[in-house]
Write a protein of this length. Structure first.
Length: 396
């Protein structure tokens, strides 16, 4: 690949990841301010005092979709790190009713992710604690996070810095109160988020269910081919197909606010762009990662180019596997299936898609791959959003 094109594509990947974190719902401040904060070395977490295991930060229940919850969790972790405190294990939300707070279904962090594994991987960087670790020798200090136009990024940071001083710092627990405080201001570079995401590992039950889905995909894919490939080596494509009704409402509003016309993609546009991906060994299974309960279009399996064989959960025969779980677990299984795909295609404006791409990129870096311009690298990822006269691999 032409070096200039390679550099351009690498820049595109960085922009996608930055946009995902900086466009997190409810985020305050201008993009210029946020970009400056990202570049600021004064907020680097590379050197600071060790995390205290006798002082804690407590946060409210974390809400929204799976990957917005992961970002909010990471932001809570980084807030605790800034305060040199252990983060008390937060509650996540199993349901997606983020507007009707009384309908939220809380679920403990360790029901979705491995608690001990997280602390082991993030040792020295972030630490999680349990409420049973508390001695309750002091009253918790309640920290009200601000909101609204007058509550700026700078004010938010000043508030956090005050909490590192006495008498506030004497409290065993600093309890953050307010409506979804981690949907607000951000102070940390992407690399610190990436570090926390590396420490997250889903519990064995979710991993096992995802492996069953992947095995079924490869088994059916193998039956479509004639050759000596074992099922474990049969490739598949995963497409995060964002055409559900909730997304279409959101993306149209986002297009209006951003004055961008390429955020929403129709079913036909997605099919056309997947078909342009070069190098696919056809026939190939195309797994459609989609929130079936929010889908109003029942024709997503028709209209695909010959050689691209689409499967959603019902056709794949794994509907019962998904249907026995709440929203959050369903989404976590889908995430793992997309992560394992030989080729991933997503929406660059989606948190889900962007975090899949980020984790796949981290895998490449851990393998020692510094550039994908000169080698046929594993785990290629593509975006079907934006202007695409020809389909170029993002090489992530």
């Amino acid at each position: 690949m032409n070096p200039a094109v390679c550099k351009f594509l690498l820049l595109v990947v960085c922009i996608i990841i930055f946009r995902t974190l900086f466009s997190f719902p409810g985020l305050g401040g201008s993009r210029q301010d946020q970009f400056s904060l990202f570049l600021s070395s004064s907020l680097s977490l590379n050197s600071q005092s060790p995390i205290q295991n006798n002082k804690f930060l407590e946060v409210p229940q974390i809400v929204w979709g799976l990957n917005n919850q992961k970002i909010a969790f990471a932001r809570a972790c980084l807030t605790a790190r800034l305060l040199n405190r252990t983060l008390l294990m937060p509650s996540l939300s199993a349901s997606l009713f983020y507007k009707e707070v009384d309908l939220l279904e809380p679920v403990a962090f360790d029901k979705i992710f491995k608690f001990e594994e997280f602390n082991s991987r993030c040792k020295g960087f972030i630490q999680l604690g349990r409420f049973s670790d508390l001695t309750n020798q002091t009253e918790p200090f309640e920290l009200h996070k601000g909101s609204g136009r007058k509550w700026t990024v700078e004010r938010d940071m000043d508030q956090l810095k005050q909490c590192k001083k006495d008498p506030i710092d004497q409290a065993e627990v600093i309890r953050i109160v307010g409506k979804n405080p981690f949907l607000w201001h951000d102070h940390w570079p992407v690399k610190d988020y990436a570090k926390i995401f590396e420490c997250l590992d889903v519990v064995d039950e979710i991993s096992a269910e995802a492996n069953k889905v992947v095995s079924q995909i490869r088994k059916i894919g193998g039956s479509l081919r004639s050759g000596n490939e074992t099922n474990s080596h049969v490739p598949y494509v995963a497409v995060h197909m964002r055409i559900e009704k909730d997304w279409m409402i959101h993306c149209k509003k986002l297009e209006q606010r951003s004055n961008i016309s390429q955020i929403c993609s129709s079913k036909e546009e997605i099919m056309e762009r997947v078909a342009k991906i070069g190098g696919l060994q056809k026939p190939v299974i195309v797994y459609l990662a989609i929130a079936d309960s929010l889908l109003e279009d029942s024709s997503i399996l028709s209209g695909w180019e010959e050689g691209l064989v689409p499967f959603e959960k019902k056709r794949l025969g794994v509907w019962d596997t998904f249907n026995k779980y709440p929203y959050l677990v369903k989404s976590a299984i889908d995430y793992e299936v997309c992560l394992s795909a030989d080729v991933f295609v997503g929406n660059s404006f989606s948190t889900f898609s962007s975090l899949v791409v980020l984790e796949r990129t981290q895998k490449l870096l851990q393998m020692g791959v510094q550039t994908s311009c000169t080698v046929d690298v594993r785990w290629p990822s593509y975006a079907y959003t934006g202007r695409m006269d020809t389909t170029e691999r993002t090489d992530v």
